[in-house]
Ligand binder design. Sequence first.
Ligand SMILES: [Zn+2]
Length: 297
Amino acid sequence: MKVAHYLRASIAAAVATIVLKTAAWWLTGSVGLLSDAMESFVNLAAAVFALAMVTIAHAPADEDHPFGHGKAEYFSSGFEGLLILGAALAIIWAAVQRLLLPEPLDRLGLGVALSMVSSAINGGVAWMLLRAAREHDSIALEADGRHLMTDVWTSIGVAAGVLLVSLTGWWWLDPLLAIAVALNITREAWGLLRRSIDGLMDRALSEAEQAAIRRVLAEHVREGIRFDHLRTRRAARDKFCQFHMHVPGRWSLWLAASRRAAVERALSQAVPGLKVTIELLPQSVEPAGLQETQEQA
Ligand SMILES: [Zn+2]
C-alpha cells in the first residue's frame, strides 16, 4: 500500500471518531469528553493536509524542483503541530469556564462506551500507520500515527476520569482532566513543530549515518588521496552528502573518475538511498572561497 492509502484510512477513522466522540460529549455534557472530540477534528484536518502534502512530496523531481519535493512533508508536520497547539488552548479555555460555572454531567455510561468504541478504531489505525511509517520512512505517517496513539491513551484516561466522577460526585475532576489532556497535547505539538523546523533548517544526517560515511572514506584514503569538506543533510526521505576528493595532479582525469566511482559505490552500499556529490580536485588546491586545508574528512 502507498502512503496516500494509509492517510485515506486515517481520514475515514477521523470522521468516524468525530461522530462518536461528539455524540459522547453531547449526551454527557462533559468537558473532558469535549476535549477528546476536539482532538478528532484536529486529526481530520491534519490527515487531509498530510494527504495533500504527501501527494506533492512523492511527485518526481521536475525542472522547477530538481532536488525533488521531499521537504513538503515538513509542512505537514509543522501544520499539524500548530493545529494541535490551537486545540489545546481551546480545551483549556472550555475547562476553565467549567471550573467557574459547574454543570451536572448526564448519561456517563453511554458516553464512555461511545468513546471506547472510537478509541478501538483509532488504536487499530494508529498501529497500522506506525508500521507503515517505518516501512516507507515517512514522517507524515509517523506524525499521524503518533498523534492517533496519544489520542487513544488520553481517551482512556478521560473515560476513566469521567467514570470516577459518576462514582464519587467530584465534578471538578472533569475540567481538571480536560486541562491535563490539553497540556499533554501541547507537548506533542512542540515535538512536531521542532521536527519540522529541523527539517527545514537542513539538519545533518544522524550520527550513525555520518560515522558510516567517515568509515568508508577512511577505507579509501591512499597515498595521494584524501577527503575533506564533508557536509551532509537530510530532506524528508532524501539523504545528501557532499565532499572533496583530492588526488595527485598528475593523474589522468580517467583514473581519478574511476577511483571516485569506487567511493560512490561503497557509500551507496553503506548508507542506502544516499545521494552523493564528490568534487574532484588536485592535491592542495581548494576552490575559490575555501581555505586550503590539510585536515582529513
Ligand atoms: Zn578540499
